[in-house]
Write a protein that binds this ligand. Structure first.
Ligand code: FMN
Length: 168
């Protein structure tokens, strides 16, 4: 058996999230499906960010960021706006607006909840960097959390090259 002989990687399950951060005072951020809780005591979470994504540069400069947990009711245009364009050359918040939660931008809309984070570790993994963040605050929302497979199977969405789980 070689790495390429099987699709076991495709059976790993994920959720869907909007990361919100600041880029020199302007709101920025992107979609990630890679987010998990690392510890329950002094809660920490991790996300994986592509080195080419502006979001990583922003969080390195300004460690406070927000994770919005996408629900099945979240406007799917949020995913296309945040997941397929770079905040380097576009205002992703233009159509949605945002609220500032404890110093981090949170795109407006229906979400299951929001997590305000402070990045504390950056782990180089080649094409991507794992950002470990400490939970600073959390806010409840409503709805059913969208899974990555729901995004593929029901919304019929795809993931771009910079997503860690990109498939050719
Ligand atoms: C469904 C989906 C999942 C994604 N997951 C990730 C991810 O986990 N990590 C990542 O770095 N990019 C991921 N992306 C890609 C980024 O959202 C995308 O490259 C974005 O344009 C980066 O914007 P930025 O340059 O403003 O940071 C995903 C995109 C989609 C649509």
């Amino acid at each position: 058996m070689t790495l390429m002989d099987n699709n076991a990687l495709y059976d790993i399950t994920y959720g869907m999230y909007v990361v919100g951060c600041y880029s020199d005072g302007r709101p920025a951020g992107c979609i990630v499906n890679t987010c998990f809780q690392v510890t329950s005591e002094n809660p920490t979470l991790a996300i994986s960010l592509n080195k080419n994504n502006h979001t990583l540069d922003c969080i390195k400069k300004n460690p406070r960021f927000c994770i919005s947990i996408i629900s099945e009711d979240t406007d799917p245009f949020v995913i296309s706006s945040f997941g397929f364009r770079s905040a380097r050359d576009t205002d992703k918040y233009e159509d949605f607006g945002y609220d500032v939660l404890d110093g981090a931008p949170a795109v407006r809309g229906n979400f299951c909840g929001r997590l305000v984070m402070d990045a504390i570790e950056f782990m180089d993994c080649g094409t991507h960097v794992i950002v470990v963040g400490k939970l600073a605050a959390q806010y409840g929302g409503s709805g059913t959390p969208m899974t990555y497979s729901y995004y593929h199977d029901v919304i019929k969405g795809r993931a771009p090259k910079n997503a860690p789980t990109y498939r050719k």
